[in-house]
Write a protein that binds this ligand. Sequence first.
Ligand code: NAD
Length: 265
Amino acid sequence: MTADSTSSRPLAGRRAAVTGSTSGIGLAIAEALARAGADVAINGFGDHGPALEAVSAHGARAIFAGADLADGKAAQAFVHDVQAGLGGLDILVNNAGIQHVAAIDEFPEDRWDAIIAINLNSNFHTIKAALPSMKATGWGRIINIASAHGLVASPFKSAYVAAKHGVVGMTKSVALELAETGITANAICPGYVETPLVKGQIADQARVNDMSEEDVVRNIILAAQPSRRFVQPAHVGELVLFLCSEAGGSVTGSALSIDGGWTAR
Ligand code: NAD
């Protein structure tokens, strides 16, 4: 089935999977894709009921495909489950990710391994599993949610920075390999995004530092983000929709910043 770029649901007929979409940015991306008419598979830990309901509410088909993406075989099986459940996979969004903050000489080995496995290796496994059918249909979109930390570093985030730089580099290679196939591969590099997790941190920091929540946002959390405004999860969803559009077909191998000016410094 092909999508109709002139309709209000330009992705009708497309099948999408978004990893780590039970919350945060992934959920906003899944909702944006569903609103544009795509059938969507969601994934992630925790109660997936509310996320499935929110995505279904947009009228397209929504399914849940559970998998622990830290396991490469499970990541490949996840793609095959989605293909079976939705009848194919045209749009793959690798979004699942975790963080751990510690000095390199105190970094727990198991946290290093988990961050590299989930934030980087899972992208390799899902892309590898998704490509044969995308190549067969001659259309595909691979969108990897990296980070501003895929382009620049911060202290105490060595595993996350290594993984996200790896995602950006891998995306470029994949794009070059696929340049003539109708399949694009891009990385999106958000700055600080206002997710439920970040909102919780604001309240905690305000209490610990005896500051107003406004001052915590401006002077602590968003100190590196020149706009001093959070990126909204829905804005990342809109960028994903652009990459899935016909015009987005000209964009491949890019690391697209959506960071309020962070990496312009
Ligand atoms: P979040 O914690 O709200 O969501 C992460 C999702 O990944 C959840 O659905 C979780 O269940 C899932 N997940 C975690 N480990 C998994 C595993 N092993 N297998 C399957 N699913 C797993 O996080 P978020 O802030 O929405 O972040 C989403 C992505 O965006 C991450 O890759 C993150 O690095 C990136 N990012 C976030 C920000 C930010 O400010 N929030 C900024 C830049 C980049």
